[in-house]
Design a protein around this ligand. Structure first.
Ligand SMILES: *[C@@H]1O[C@H](CO)[C@@H](O)[C@H](O)[C@H]1NC(C)=O
Ligand SMILES: *[C@@H]1O[C@H](CO)[C@@H](O)[C@H](O)[C@H]1NC(C)=O
Length: 483
């Protein structure tokens, strides 16, 4: 029995130690599109795109609406209002041809969400003339038609969000939620709205209506500053990182160029914001620390328009955007501004960030190799992204650096696969610890059950015992030493 227990201990020790000796295991795959920037739209693909709306239906399709495209004749960036569908198993694009006469105007930075196989909703964004929009459209996936939602009342009666662009959005299975953005006067907004996919109605969050003070006139301290271009993440809770908090004076010039690097979580049920850390007053450059080592001194630099997601351990990941890299020079008086391709992870157990991939210096070109070790997306902003089952994140296009390190509009599609790192990662994250405890309990129960069964069995028929004990239950034969 003692011998067996030692074996067991050894197994458990191995199970606990194995993850701790691995380094980060992240696969980066280039799934198509061009290595070079400025690709025009064809019948087969949307070509280069930036700031369109991209929504994944949690099954096999991602839908792309509008955004900037490249016009090879005029050699200019042009806004579109076309709708594409990407098969996420084959990575092939096809265009959808709406039968309706009406359709949303061409635009960039709309919010997008939907119900699988039924409908897509888009809201707001900015048109070719720079107008901020406040319209809500539904695309019916069954009969392929667009319809504008006529919302009773107007924005002053709070029935739908006022016009805006560069708002942040989260798409859950039942709601499209938006935060902030900039209005027609370029003023940074703080308001937060939810669109029910089922009722097709907008409503403003109570906390948002109260900002900056509650009904007693007290200042709500725990609420993110007004901003545009903040990065969003969601899984149960909603998260928000950074964005542009600059205040615009009446002359429409930046009073102070401020990108933020503060991280917030929002509890949907309680309608309350909690600040996790970072800064919204001054733009800080990134503190990268050692590669793939978590530290309380690490924190990503201020930025706008990165992409974020939450893995199956509940930790946050963030990639790219426009902001500040590891150098102080990347923070200028007017505007922090380098395109980034850094990959970060925030672990809630340790309350620490780790720099997990990419470059700590901004403005780097992409690597389009055959294997994961030779591939990495170049620095970019305004790209589109979608997440498959938490640990597989996809990014598409944006403004950024191509294979030659030249700037332009990108058409490349990437997958950042962190599932091995998340499941077998080197740190015992909450769910790893639970898995180990759960596994141990199961093992103990099994041993107890087997030994009880064995004993009962032995007291039964001697004949049966002889037959059975040296076959299936041989591992536990020494149990009857105790008898
Ligand atoms: C919006 O509603 C308010 C209150 O009902 C009304 O006074 C205002 O004229 C309306 N604005 C527009 C643009 O319809
Ligand atoms: C892409 O097009 C834009 C707009 O014409 C231009 O400024 C940029 O240099 C082009 N980039 C490349 C890599 O050709």
């Amino acid at each position: 029995m003692i011998y067996k227990m030692n074996n067991m201990k050894l197994l458990i020790t191995i199970a606990i130690l194995t993850p701790s000796i691995q380094t980060a295991d992240i696969d980066i795959v280039w799934h198509g599109g061009e290595k070079t920037a400025n690709v025009s739209t064809t019948e087969m693909s949307p070509g280069s795109r930036a700031e369109g709306g991209l929504w994944f239906d949690d099954n096999s399709k991602s839908y792309l609406f509008g955004g900037w495209s490249y016009n090879s004749v005029s050699k200019e960036f042009t806004l579109t209002n076309d709708l594409w569908v990407l098969d996420v198993n084959t990575f092939h694009w096809s265009i959808l041809k709406p039968v309706s006469k009406n359709k949303p105007s061409s635009r960039h930075s709309p919010s997008i969400c939907g119900i699988p196989s039924r409908m897509i909703v888009i809201f707001g964004g900015i048109d070719q003339d720079g107008n901020k929009l406040d319209d809500t459209w539904i695309y019916n996936l069954v009969d392929n038609s667009w319809e504008e939602l006529t919302l009773s009342g107007n924005s002053s009666t709070s029935s739908h969000p006022p016009e805006r662009g560069h708002q942040s959005s989260w798409c859950t299975s039942t709601k499209l939620i938006i935060f902030g953005g900039r209005n027609a006067e370029h003023k940074a907004l703080h308001d937060m709205w939810s669109f029910s996919l089922v009722n097709q109605k907008w409503s403003e969050m109570e906390s948002s209506k109260k900002y900056p003070s509650n009904s007693f006139g007290q200042t709500i301290v725990s609420y993110p500053k007004p901003r545009s271009g903040a990065t969003t993440f969601h899984q149960g809770s909603l998260y928000l990182f950074g964005g542009d908090t600059a205040v615009i004076d009446s002359g429409e010039t930046y009073v102070d160029g401020k990108y933020a690097n503060d991280l917030w979580s929002y509890d949907i049920g309680k309608d309350s914001w909690t600040k996790i850390g970072g800064n919204d007053n001054v733009c800080h450059h990134g503190s990268y620390g050692h590669f793939q080592v978590a530290s309380k001194d690490n924190w990503p630099g201020c930025r706008v328009k990165a992409t974020g997601w939450v893995d199956t351990n509940g930790n946050l990941w963030m990639f790219g955007g426009d902001g500040s890299d590891s150098t102080a020079e990347s923070v200028t008086v007017f505007k922090p501004g380098r395109l980034l391709n850094d990959l970060w992870r925030y672990e809630f157990v340790f309350k620490m960030w780790s720099w997990m991939g990419g470059n700590k210096y901004g403005n780097t070109g992409g690597k389009y190799g055959e294997s994961s070790s030779e591939s990495y997306p170049g620095s970019r902003t305004g790209f589109m992204s979608f997440n498959r089952y938490h640990n597989f994140h996809h990014i598409f296009g944006g403004f950024g650096h191509d294979t030659n390190g030249k700037d332009g509009l990108l058409s490349d599609l990437w997958e950042i696969d962190v599932h091995k790192e998340v499941v077998y990662g080197k740190y015992p994250t909450t769910s790893n610890v639970f898995m180990i405890i759960f596994g141990l309990c199961g093992l103990i129960l099994l041993i107890v059950a087997l030994s009880l069964y064995n004993r009962k069995f032995f007291r039964g028929s001697e004949k049966e015992k002889d037959k059975k004990s040296d076959t299936e239950y041989c591992m536990l034969t020494n149990i009857d030493d105790e008898d």
